[in-house]
Ligand binder design. Structure first.
Ligand code: FMN
Length: 204
């Protein structure tokens, strides 16, 4: 099976079986898919908290409009944007050059362009831009779950300030979306409602 085969199978799961846990091996595959997501400039301006601790999950539920998925899923991934972009650029080129000054020099024009683009953003614009990138990573996580036939539910229905407090986030990192993962209970799914192709696509 593959992601494309599983598109009709996957859904935004509301009813997780609390007794069924995602294995460490599968969790690692999902996190790898998220890590491999593309991002503008390759800056990866996000951080993902992986919550398996039940006490923390219950706190998230409280600030997540009591959505049961926070309690019953195996893990909840909290996707956060980050707007410490100047530091991100530095770290990116340190990593890309492996600390080699010559290699870094060879990337100088790319570094200048990236700095020009990212460092010109004010903190609010920077965070909004980071959020866009973060959603792509979320999509990769969703796709990986479908590929592995692991249920998931993406959620924005939570109080981000509350989540930031629960996770004790630094000022440069803010929660924006979550992905609860696990295994469904044997209950009927909501029907799939999708607009027809002609509503969504224009072929020219
Ligand atoms: C960014 C995002 C936020 C969402 N927030 C919630 C949420 O807070 N609670 C929930 O039950 N579902 C949430 N959903 C799930 C959508 O309602 C669901 O994906 C949509 O109705 C389509 O259904 P399907 O995913 O089962 O095909 C969210 C989905 C996305 C992509």
């Amino acid at each position: 099976m593959s992601f494309l085969d599983n598109l009709d199978w996957r859904n935004a799961q509301k009813n997780f079986d609390p007794a069924k846990k995602v294995s460490a091996e599968d969790l690692a595959k999902i996190l790898h898919a998220i890590r491999m997501a593309p991002s503008s400039w390759g800056a990866q301006p996000y951080h993902i908290y992986v919550i398996g601790d039940q006490a923390t999950k219950l706190k998230l539920k409280e600030r997540g409009y009591n959505q049961q998925q926070y309690e019953d899923s195996s893990h909840t991934l909290v996707f956060c944007g980050r707007n410490d972009l100047a530091d991100r650029v530095n770290k990116y080129f340190e990593l890309a050059s492996g600390g080699d000054a010559e290699k870094r020099k060879a990337m100088d024009s790319y570094e200048k362009m990236m700095r020009g683009s990212l460092e010109s953003k004010n903190p609010e614009d920077g965070m909004n831009w980071a959020y866009h990138q973060t959603y792509i990573a979320l999509g990769f996580g969703l796709a990986a779950c479908a590929e592995l036939k692991i249920d998931s539910c993406p959620m924005e229905g939570f109080d981000p300030t509350g989540f930031d407090q629960i996770l004790n986030l630094p000022a440069n990192i803010k929660s924006v979306a979550t992905l609860s993962i696990g295994y469904r209970k044997d209950v009927a799914n909501m029907p799939k409602i999708r607009f027809p192709d002609k509503d969504l696509f224009t072929k020219i």
